[in-house]
Design a protein around this ligand. Sequence first.
Ligand code: AMP
Ligand code: SF4
Length: 479
Amino acid sequence: MKMVEAAGSLFPPPQPVGDDKFHDHCGVFAVCGHPEAAKLTYLGLYALQHRGQESAGIAVSDGEQLSCHKGMGHVAEIFTPEILQQLTGRLAIGHTRYSTAGDTDLRNAQPLIVSCQKGPVALAHNGNLVNAPAIRRDLESRGAIFQTTSDTEVIQHYFARSKQAGTPEALADALDRVEGAYSLVALFKEAVYAIRDPRGFRPLCLGKLGDAWVVASETCAFDLIGATYEREVEPGELAILEGRGITSLRFAPAHPSQCIFEHVYFSRPDSVIFGRSVQASREMLGRLLAREHPAEADMVVPVPDSGVAAAIGFAEEARLPLRFGLIRNHYVGRTFIEPSQRIRDFGVRLKLNPVRSLLRGRRIVLVDDSIIRGTTSRKIVGIVREAGAREVHVRISCPPTISPCFYGIDTPTRRELIAATQSVEEIRQFIGADSLGYLSIEALRQAVGDTDGRYCLACYTANYPTRVQEPLIAARNRE
Ligand code: AMP
Ligand code: SF4
């Protein structure tokens, strides 16, 4: 095995951990009315790190001016105690990011901070605007200068240009022109705004810590700082947090289409989002999966960590033992050096290792949350077979993923989504399983308690709840 060397041209450059490409996303956090606002935001981002690990930033206000620090990498690397000490003020917002729109450099790291006629404003955005390319072209043709390639900047442009004098009115004016997903926190000199698009695609939660207000993409961030969860920011709500308390305004009627994939995969199981425990949703996905696709087997084995909660539900429903037959190495970084003699499926092996004594000679139900390209599942099935499993029955706790997301989840192009072009039987053959079962759409909705169509299911149905502009589709198909 070759060793990592600082500048060794003898060695191949570090490779991205192949199958982890889209294990990132965006998380936002905010504090209003606490002397240690920056430090709490740092901790909040720490708990939301699973939503984005490419860059992070914190902006603070001391009532007079805004200051900001951003960097590339993980939250813990970017913010030293010295840096946090310089970020003084009782109001703060933070962001942790993986790019789904825009380039992957520091320019695009958030919060995005600008000064305009209405004063300074910093924005941190989770989600993706579907009409941003058209807006940008239009504004640029009229002389606007953009400093980033991030879709979030168009909101700032519209805010700055709005003829409305009041801040909430100008923001509402700007939001009226954009379409798509935005869970936003905005920082002004004397207030923090928490805003959710009328469809409420991404979660956004409100909490309290003593007299201070806190806002987070997921409630797991509240747990870390000892804050209590109060409620969701409602779809179409603009909540103004300031010294006096909270003022809630509606800038648009709600038409909820919350992202079901947050429950399937993205959010942490210890969070409550869209008013529901993610763990409870996932266990129910597993239970319903066991009812729809039972298997004659000896044990249930989760693909860690993504399949664990669903596997618990599956095993309980099927009355089969749950065994951790695959062990995850939690210390794998984003890059690795491959040995010069190629090892098959090295990227997956680095992360997952089979427990041979458990698997040998057994009939296994292997539970995971989703199959995207199919390459990971194929490798994992191979590893489980190599470890001696007699049969491998793969069960997936969502329906086939047939269409990409335009609302802030980084899925590959339709071409690369195996279920977009292959039947379940073809996918079974590709991944090398003895049987393959996906959850139905009805059961998926049932598991999250969706009785009235409050969820977006577009990656399973290709029915998008908003218009999606051609340039965005073309861009995704070029990726
Ligand atoms: P693959 O089918 O090889 O593309 O990878 C599927 C694995 O990626 C599963 O274990 C999932 O947990 C994980 N995964 C699920 N959804 C996504 C997503 N949108 N982006 C990336 N990985 C995902
Ligand atoms: Fe979520 Fe899929 Fe809808 Fe995107 S398309 S918001 S991932 S349900």
